[in-house]
Ligand binder design. Sequence first.
Ligand code: CAA
Length: 697
Amino acid sequence: MGNVVNYKVDGRVAVLAIENPPVNALSHAVREGVVTQMERGVADDGVDAIVLIGVGRTFPAGADIREFDQPAREPHLVAVIDRLDDIKKPIIAAIHGTALGGGLELALGCNFRVAVPDARMGMPEVNLGIFPGAAGTQRLPRVAGLDHALELIVLGKPVSAAKALEYGILDEIIEGDLQAGAVAFAESVVSAGVPYPISSKPRDGIGPPGEHAETIDKYRDLANSRFRGQESPHQAIESVVDGLRMPYAAAVAADRLRFESCKASRQSAALRYAFFAERETAKIHDIGKEVTSRPIDSAGVIGAGTMGRGIAISMADVGLPVTVVETGQDALDAGMAELTRLYEAMVSRGRIDEATKDERLSRITGAVSYDALSDADLVIEAAFEDLDVKKEIFGALEVVAKAGAVLATNTSYMDIDAIAATTSRPEDIIGLHYFAPANVMRMLEVVRPAKASPDAITTGMKFAKRTGKVGVLAGVCHGFVANRSRLPLVREATFLVEEGASPVQVDKVLTDLGMPMGPLAVSDLSGLDVSWRMRQSLASERDPEARYMHLADRMCELGRFGIKAGQGWYDYEVGGRHPRPDAEVEAIAAAVAREQGIVRRDISEDEIRARCLYAAINEGAKILDEGIAARASDIDVMWLYGFGFPRWRGGIMFMADEIGLGKILEQVRAFEEVHGKLWAPSSLLERLVAEGGGFTR
Ligand code: CAA
């Protein structure tokens, strides 16, 4: 314990330094250490004030999330914080790094808070399915005012030190050495001899809830729009509102019960799982820490189409110079003009200012020859999805690209091993599969062909992080991990329409699960022709015994490509994007069903849910079994970031464990009986059911 919270005295100021790497989480040992060393400071006659600081990279970044699955142990954080109120010596929190959650609550229990300019402060608990349960919902409104407090507590986004100063959370920003500055601040407080603020005490201007109805409603609306289906932001608001109508101690007691029930909720379990799942993705079992990534100081993109432009923007946005290559001047001019338009739209939406736009655009250079890529450290090919086209591009690239450059393809389903095999430098070739729009979506599938060198893979993963993406590793197979696991869901969605369900009915079941859009509305948005072309290119590999997506083909044959055609699974007004039910689709589906000998029927929501979800889960299990994904949680992270699957459900594989693998297998077998071999159960699923195991636990 002694070395978890260190005690030393500087002049007449005790400095308590929390040392619990990596993020100084407030574990049981740290809480005990803070109490013990605080009492030491109180008892020490040579000490007039106490500074609380973090060793290493940060002030405590919150409670220790790993302890949440265990019974809570005393001293509880709230008791540690409340004890600070009774200490007669001023306590100063000295903040660097990220003071988050319980860390910020601990700081709020101190009388004063100072921080370095690049520190960040926040209450991200809602993202873990809980709320600031160590009196943060009571103390922050008293310190920062209701609106600012709700902003931090409900939206869960940290703020900068400058903002925290403006909100009254900080008393001073310290330039230079933090500890020395905090000690000097403590000395000045002592010599001023004025009473010290205590954040649990009532504050002028915060009256009963009725006086703040507008502000409270604003955050209820924001909670609904930004966290659809998630309970924690609402619990956080209720906790703050309790504090407006109850004295501090009563509100804290009410918080205790509310917090425990949030912590025990399925949503919180899923959100905590998602937190760690995201961090696991960085760990590649056969590539050690000694493998360093290659430096990336400049990049190239081949293709100035939708994907190429998005990729170029994602790089320019983080300061990387990028050369975009097109086959001809006209295509290049059109692509560059569209790039400029995209940046201008960001300015008009207030996302960036004019100067930032100019700076970012200046990092993007256009060219019509591969020679312009000779200096690039990384080249990403984002051309047409045609294997021969790609092979040709990589053939040209291997000659032009400098030694050591990583050569990546953005293909979403093609055989990258086959592409690599045509070049003399397969060790440099990887897949970087972006999700549209590439500058917005945070998912980046890093695909590992058999011959890629470990440092090329590490470079891809590091590059993902640098460009603000969540990089997840995938092996080579048709559609890799993300699209391959989602395809069966889309397939079943179209089969269900063929069998008698309406697109509205199918999509609603999926949006009721928490997905932002139903699969058929998504197909309309991205264009039905994309997968149609893919099916055509795979016609020679088609299994004549497996059911085929005849209805989806027919829609394309009729030109119903989705929004861009004004018609798809839905109907659209000219230039509109709002899907409207279309009786024509029903007629087409009925005709295709007749041709296929399918008798149409009423289909229940339960069947739609099971068909769509279990098809994806069964495929996920196959992907895992083949080693294409390293972990079930990697598949889940792809669904969260690639497809907007609700985070509070954890992901499809986490959900599968919750539903019960036995139940899923039974249903998969029943579907196989009726719908044939596409439903063949995964042998991993069968093994896990026999052994009593789970995908994620
Ligand atoms: N508890 C336990 N472990 C934690 C942790 C926490 N609060 N925060 C981070 N870690 C772990 C991570 O799992 C990771 O472990 P591995 O190296 O084994 O994967 C390691 O610390 C480093 O974390 P990151 O990879 O995320 O490092 P980063 O530099 O990218 O980000 C961070 C640092 C901003 C602090 C980020 O980790 C983060 O956001 N942490 C969570 C913060 C949070 O949610 N705090 C609130 C906790 S709940 C609470 O405090 C409840 C309450 O009211 C009492």
